[in-house]
Design a protein around this ligand. Structure first.
Ligand SMILES: [Cu+2]
Length: 179
């Protein structure tokens, strides 16, 4: 009889020990890897942000640089009829440096114009080029400048360039003296 009373005590003791084993301060280690992962994620995000900002500043287009060269203002009243003198290039004559700073035509009006060089196809005293035509071999170009926009040209050869607006050739004339 006393034997049987002894046996049940052992499992109870074992069970108690088992419980204490489970309650051991195991969870204290669990948050560590989580914190490390978070720290790693933050570092990676920080690196990506720094690299992203760097790439942005290195590759962003020059934010419409203030033109340092000669500037011609293109003006209009939005209509530009055949005798409308409010549509013009001003100043009508400007100097430029050969292979130097670009000449900028800034359209402060609301409609499109062109900066078209006078060449041999334009008569000497034509409506388009009443002041003359360019000498042979000079730069030949036609730039369209929309309302509010700007166009530029670097002159590669010295000479007097006569130009006009091919949309409003009756009133819009100008010249660039490149040297
Ligand atoms: Cu025009």
């Amino acid at each position: 009889m006393p034997k049987t009373t002894f046996i049940p005590k052992r499992p109870a003791h074992r069970a108690f020990r088992g419980k204490t084993m489970e309650q051991a301060p195991k969870p204290a280690e669990a948050p560590k890897p989580k914190n490390r992962t978070m720290a790693l994620a933050i570092i990676i995000i920080a690196i990506l942000v720094v690299v992203g900002v760097g790439v942005y500043f290195l590759t962003r287009p020059n934010p419409s640089p203030t033109p340092t060269g000669p500037q011609v203002t293109v003006k209009d009243d939005g209509l530009c009829g055949s005798s409308d003198m409010s549509c013009l290039f001003t100043p009508a004559s400007i100097n430029a440096t050969v292979n130097g700073a670009a000449v900028t035509w800034k359209n402060t009006g609301t409609i499109s114009h062109t900066v078209t060089t006078c060449d041999s196809t334009n008569g000497q005293t034509s409506t388009e080029c009443p002041n003359g035509t360019d000498a042979t071999g000079l730069d030949s170009f036609s730039l369209t400048v929309a309302g509010g926009a700007s166009v530029t040209h670097v002159f590669a050869k010295a000479g007097t360039y006569y130009y006009y607006c091919s949309i409003h050739p009756f009133t819009m004339h100008g010249q660039v003296i490149a040297s």
